[in-house]
Design a protein around this ligand. Sequence first.
Ligand SMILES: Nc1ncnc2c1ncn2[C@@H]1O[C@H](COP(=O)(O)OP(=O)(O)OP(=O)(O)O)[C@@H](O)[C@H]1O
Ligand SMILES: Cc1ncc(COP(=O)(O)O)c(N)n1
Length: 270
Amino acid sequence: MSERGTDLPNVLTVAGSDSGGGAGIQADLKTMLALGTHGMSVLTAVTAQNSLGVQGAWELPVEAVRAQYRSVVDDIGVQAVKTGMLASAELVETVAELIAGTDAPAVVDPVGVSKHGDALLAASALDSVRTKLLPVATVATPNLDEVAQLTGVRVETETDLRRAAAAVLEYGPRWVLIKGGHLAGDAVDLLTDGGEEHWLRAPRLDNRHTHGTGCTLASAVACGLAQGQSVPEAVAAAKEYVTGAIRAGFALGGGIGPVDHGWALRRGTA
Ligand SMILES: Nc1ncnc2c1ncn2[C@@H]1O[C@H](COP(=O)(O)OP(=O)(O)OP(=O)(O)O)[C@@H](O)[C@H]1O
Ligand SMILES: Cc1ncc(COP(=O)(O)O)c(N)n1
């Protein structure tokens, strides 16, 4: 491998900016750097955000999103795409159409609300997520609140994860990774394509600084796919990466601090 990293695969995030640097575009790009890929971004919205919550959010015009995407894909090329905050029905539909025309795997994190309960997607966009975005996903990565919003299935126990996965698969993603991070007990996620089932289990870490876990996990999956891993391989590696990042999460501001994206870069150098 060249020292300049010219062999790095290109990974694109289509997401919102988190001014506090813990989630959104910032989490995605840090993950992409830490996992040995070249990260690129299409900004969909700007949020004024910190460890206490989201103080404001502004969407970008559809033309600005489309132009960023075309600039990246037409010249540089992408080996994987990841989506996060898409804000409105119009943006969801635009991004779904752009992904459908791109020959690369897509990881769709159907971001609905922030950890503090701030809405990051208009209620009027849910139907577009179901019928336009989920069908173009190689892997969809909803958390339990997003599963409930999109399918009506409420998960209270690990066995409910199977029902949740089946309900999301009805909308057409090739794989679904249901994140059980909000359940009590171990942090258990279920990856399935309707045939294979992979249970991913990690001990629940007693660290309240977990801002950005979902963005980080989905970006890490996109990195693995861009590097040629299968979906189960990429998800297993991403789970290990996010678990390490939560373990190293740190206080910042007066509220919930971010996970530490750099932990894997420091592995073996301490
Ligand atoms: N306290 C914890 N200890 C270990 N793993 C956790 C913990 N909390 C979440 N996880 C894991 O982190 C990943 C992200 O899950 P989570 O359910 O938090 O997603 P999310 O709600 O989309 O994230 P976010 O709250 O950042 O939007 C999953 O693999 C989940 O199991
Ligand atoms: C721009 C943006 N995208 C996604 C999230 C979700 O992350 P979290 O649930 O950890 O707040 C966020 N807070 N902000």
